[in-house]
Design a protein around this ligand. Structure first.
Ligand SMILES: Nc1ncnc2c1ncn2[C@@H]1O[C@H](COP(=O)(O)OP(=O)(O)OP(=O)(O)O)[C@@H](O)[C@H]1O
Length: 264
């Protein structure tokens, strides 16, 4: 279980560049929750992801996994519980290394110190089996350099690598936003399949309103560093994009200002 308790973050305090990113944000994710996150520009969505994964520390508040306060652990120390896929397909993989070498690194994550990155025959068999889940033929290209893959193929591989060790939390940071519509749909479908098959607790930031409604079992809306609405499954499934935008206006008193918004 992931708990965000009264987390606040202010950038450049006391300067002209002071920016409030999070103000006492609270969130409890139950095991198996798949929560989509939408919000206005600068609402604090990326900051929330960065604080959960350990890229940055909160000024106040705690991040807990199964009751344990992990706020002081490094990003590396948390990587055994937390998998993350970024918007940029280049971000999650090493381009000069082959598919199997990349998978070996992901496989070693969270294992005991000294665990080898080498690719043994036994590991190769596991990698092939895992790659088959993606359904795009990468299992036949284990030796291919990752830099030669298309953006969609790389993002599929990043998704598999992020989920390889069955993390307690999967963070998806606009991970389909940089892809063309067909590839974005492929990665969306793959995400749904992997999350369901592995029963992963997932937090996904998206600018696509239709996707935010369609995927997952909860939807949260952020504005000015706060979670202003938490929509449960039974309400979410009948929600329309127009109603969702209307809710935002009613609660925040303004239209949703998201310059990357996709209505669906
Ligand atoms: N490293 C940083 N240094 C200074 N200010 C930052 C930094 N990261 C974020 N901010 C500021 O904190 C606020 C929240 O930013 P954040 O990126 O978390 O929002 P977001 O909801 O992800 O926005 P968007 O949808 O526009 O990407 C913004 O005002 C932003 O300018």
């Amino acid at each position: 279980m992931l708990e965000i308790a009264k987390v606040s973050k202010l950038f450049n305090p006391g300067t002209v560049d002071e920016k409030t990113a999070l103000v006492g944000a609270n969130l409890i994710m139950k095991p198996g929750d798949f929560i989509t996150v939408i919000g206005s520009n600068g609402a604090g969505k990326s900051t929330l992801m960065n604080i959960i994964s350990g890229v940055m520390k909160p000024d106040a508040g705690e991040v807990r996994i199964d009751g344990q306060n992990i706020s002081n652990l490094t990003e590396y120390q948390r990587s055994k519980w937390i998998g993350r896929v970024f918007q940029d397909p280049m971000a999650g993989t090493a381009p000069r290394m082959s598919i199997e070498e990349n998978l070996a690194i992901a496989y070693a994550r969270g294992k005991t110190r000294g665990f080898s990155f080498g690719v043994t025959r036994a590991k190769r068999a596991i990698f092939k089996q895992e790659l088959q889940r993606l359904g795009i033929g990468l299992e036949n290209r284990l030796g291919a350099k990752v830099g030669l893959l298309s953006g969609g193929e790389r993002q599929a591989l990043s998704l598999l690598m992020a989920t390889f060790t069955r993390p307690q939390i999967l963070l998806l940071d606009e991970h389909t936003a940089a892809l063309d519509p067909a590839r974005a749909e492929l990665i969306t479908t793959l995400t749904e399949t992997l999350v369901r098959e592995m029963n992963l607790t997932t937090l996904m930031v998206t600018h696509n309103m239709e996707q935010a409604i369609r995927l997952g079992n909860r939807l949260i809306m952020m504005d000015k560093g706060r979670i202003i609405l938490d929509v449960p499954e039974d309400r979410k499934k009948d929600l329309t994009v127009a109603e969702l935008l209307g809710e935002f206006e009613i609660i925040s008193g303004k239209k949703l200002a998201d310059d990357r918004i996709v209505l669906g």
